[in-house]
Design a binder for this molecule. Structure first.
Ligand code: ATP
Length: 239
């Protein structure tokens, strides 16, 4: 089975600091890969290299088997690689619906189609009652959902999520987790997510990669990785 997304030997140096050292990850269709690791382990840098925010110093990124290494983020988004950011970037002077509509248009939907799809996505992400509010006026938890809605409106082939639960209280996390699980189970969506909340990692991940100091320290099922003595020592013991 071909991986939807496969990154091999990814290294990245920033002026002498080696942030990534030969990282391999791969995710198959309809699966969810969780990436864990302490602050500074290189998780976001890995996303940045994969999604074209900057090129890796070395290594290869394949999307559906095609080499897309170093392609710019907008081109990769067109090819179906869509990500959310740790810090959100919606247009605050537009409404929720308009923000999602723009995302739908950016992948080619036009006019009524874009608006209809945006409406469906807004409902699906639980933002229905906020649709006509300016996005800048949304509470933080709803801003997170808007970020997700914008990503989904781009109809991703693979969705990369950078700490979508950060800053949410447990009651706010549950609907987001339900949505992500539902996307995989009903649409077979392929996802890679960076997360510090272990309950979410256990619940969602088909596979887990644990990073430490720019390298992969452990990989396997959530149960295997989260009980690995090296992982407990390097990461969980410090939580
Ligand atoms: P967190 O959980 O805090 O988000 P992380 O695992 O995502 O951490 P990264 O943000 O990828 O870690 O950082 C990895 C290392 O690379 C850190 O030492 C960081 O300071 C460094 N780094 C990341 N981006 C840059 C950059 N643009 N320029 C210089 N150094 C960077």
């Amino acid at each position: 089975m071909t991986a939807v997304l496969e990154a091999t030997g990814i290294s990245k140096s920033f002026r002498g600091l080696q942030a990534l050292r030969g990282v391999d990850i791969s995710v198959e269709e309809g699966q969810i890969l969780g990436i864990i690791g302490a602050n500074g382990a290189g998780k976001t840098t890995l996303f940045n290299c994969i999604t074209g925010n900057f090129p890796p110093t070395s290594g290869t990124v394949r999307l559906d088997g095609a080499d897309v290494t170093g392609q710019p983020a907008h081109r990769l988004a067109h090819r179906g690689m869509v990500r959310t950011f740790q810090l959100m970037r919606p247009f605050h002077t537009m409404t929720v619906l308009e923000n999602v509509e723009i995302a739908a248009m950016s992948r080619g939907a036009r006019g009524g189609t874009a608006r209809r799809e945006a409406g469906e996505t807004v409902e699906r992400t639980g933002l229905g009652e906020w649709a006509d509010q300016l996005s800048g006026s949304l509470p933080a938890a709803m801003q997170k959902r808007l970020e997700l809605a914008r990503a989904l409106a781009m109809r991703p082939r693979v969705l990369l999520l950078d700490e979508v639960l950060a800053g949410l209280v447990p009651a706010e996390r549950a609907p987001v987790l339900d949505l992500l699980e539902n996307l995989r189970d009903t649409e077979g969506m392929t996802m890679v997510f960076i997360e510090h909340i272990m309950a979410a990692v256990r619940r969602l991940s088909d596979h887990v990669v644990m990073m430490d100091s720019g390298a992969v320290l452990a990989t396997g099922s959530a149960d295997e990785v989260l009980t690995d003595p090296q992982v407990v020592e390097a990461y969980l013991g410090k939580e």
